[in-house]
Ligand binder design. Structure first.
Ligand code: IMP
Length: 431
């Protein structure tokens, strides 16, 4: 079946936005299946910069229908704001955006709880460094079966009852546990009812749409958000997001069978970054880390926070590639490493004299590992944005090194933010 996924193989911010935009051009549907407005997917098109948070990234192509699946948690006013902004910039999604009726809705009390919980943790080791978009509390309500779904917004009585019950509970926690001001019922009900009526034309049965497209052999692109190491089950728990960021999340989050997926492209940056707290074995401290941050413009697209920077980590990447069934790699930001000599790559973790072959489950062990590095020669100067054969030899050797280390071909190389700075090295994703 002609379905492909693009997922992040690191801690998010691998440059998925540009990759999805490029592949969306030949797709019929682009489907978000997890996460929420914590994502920030950036596309540079026609001299303009677009950052997508909830709207799927293929939206700039007029032939693409965008789908927000039931596995996504939706900040409804935020989505409306994004649609209004796109419209003001000439991108209209009427008739080509479908929002799942079953998707859960993020409310102001989710954001307030996210924020209060993080603040109460201070700077000690229990702080997660979330985006404060209410993602964790919303998924928690979904799992507790107290959440409010998109479809509930259209039943006035049910919506009021659910909102009242949720608000009573959350206000008690906000007030008594965190000493915060309670939130008022009426303004939230009014804002969300109004938002719901404006979103009404977009709401539908997204799962049947995706299933039908697959049955008709239409090209469907599943858009992963965040990255493998932020996956709720397999990432560096508890320093993770609250959804399934790997390919396994597609089935439940989009409503398709696990056998639907044809290709799984894993996006990795030529080095590693992480925003938020938690273990990061190959982090580069001090001035050199700062230099990489500046060279790569490593500041969050959603929160503007400076990202932590580090060397490529083959142990982590192998773990992520195996979990996700990645059959092609997309290497981004290789140009940023220009002038860094030598280039270091972590090939193993050592802890108390023992070598670890994979990522340990215990965060304190991961925090304590010493990375074992191999050093590779660096390269100088700009990379040709369209001709791989004209790359400096050391840059091509680095690409070949990654392919050998992960046992997966590098199918695409991205060398800059522009849409056309994207080189395909293998067969088309859809062939
Ligand atoms: P949450 O998803 O806001 O709950 O944040 C949990 C962790 O995931 C924090 O470390 C965030 O910085 C990180 N995170 C969430 N979304 C993204 C993303 O799109 N890119 C990178 N990191 C993210």
């Amino acid at each position: 079946m002609p379905a492909a996924a693009v997922i992040g193989l690191q801690w998010g911010d691998e440059g998925k936005g540009k990759v999805i935009d490029a592949l969306a051009r030949d797709s019929k549907l682009v489907v978000r299946y997890q996460g929420g407005a914590n994502a920030g997917h950036t596309v540079h098109a026609n001299g303009e910069k677009f950052v997508f948070h909830l709207v799927p990234t293929g939206a700039l192509w007029p032939g693409v229908t965008s789908v927000i699946g039931p596995g996504v948690v939706v900040d409804a006013p935020g989505l409306l704001g994004e649609l209004d902004e796109l419209k003001a910039r000439g991108v209209r999604l009427e008739g080509r955006l479908v929002l799942a009726e079953r998707a859960h809705v993020v409310f102001p009390y989710h954001k307030a709880l996210d924020e209060a919980r993080e603040a109460s943790r201070g700077k000690d080791s229990s702080r997660l460094g979330t985006t404060k978009r209410g993602i964790g509390p919303c998924y928690a309500d979904k799992a507790s079966r107290t959440g409010i779904r998109v479809i509930d917004l259209y039943d006035e009585q049910r919506f009021s009852d659910l909102l009242r019950r949720n608000l009573d509970e959350k206000n008690a926690i906000l007030k008594h546990l965190y000493g915060r001001a309670p939130l008022e019922f009426d303004p939230i009900r009014e804002q969300y009812s109004e938002t719901a009526s404006r979103l009404r034309p977009y709401v539908g049965d997204s799962c049947s749409l995706v299933q039908g497209a697959l049955e008709h052999d239409e090209r469907v692109l599943f858009e992963g958000a965040q990255g493998a190491m932020l996956d709720l089950d397999h990432g560096t728990y508890p320093y993770v997001t609250s959804s399934s960021t790997l390919t396994d999340g597609i089935s439940s989050g989009a409503g398709v069978p696990p056998t639907a997926l044809g290709r799984a492209l894993g996006v990795l940056k030529a080095y590693t970054t992480r925003v938020g707290d938690g273990p990061f074995p190959t982090e580069i401290p001090g001035e050199q880390g700062q230099k990489l941050r500046e060279a790569g413009g490593e500041y969050g697209a959603t929160t503007g926070r400076p990202r932590r920077t580090g060397w490529l980590d083959v142990v982590q990447l192998r773990y992520a590639a195996r979990l996700s069934g990645t059959d092609g790699l997309v290497l981004t930001k290789l140009d940023v490493l220009s002038g860094m000599t030598p280039i270091k790559v972590c090939v193993a973790y050592e802890v108390k004299g023992t070598r670890l072959a994979t990522v340990p489950a215990d965060p304190s062990v991961l925090e304590a590992v010493t990375p074992v590095y191999e050093e590779l020669p660096g390269f100088e100067g700009a990379l040709d944005p369209t001709d791989y054969d004209r790359f400096p030899k050391a840059a091509r050797d680095y690409v070949a090194y990654i392919e050998r280390a992960l046992g997966v071909p590098v199918s695409f190389v991205s060398t800059g933010p522009a849409r056309d700075a994207f080189i395909r090295r293998g067969p088309s994703v859809w062939s």
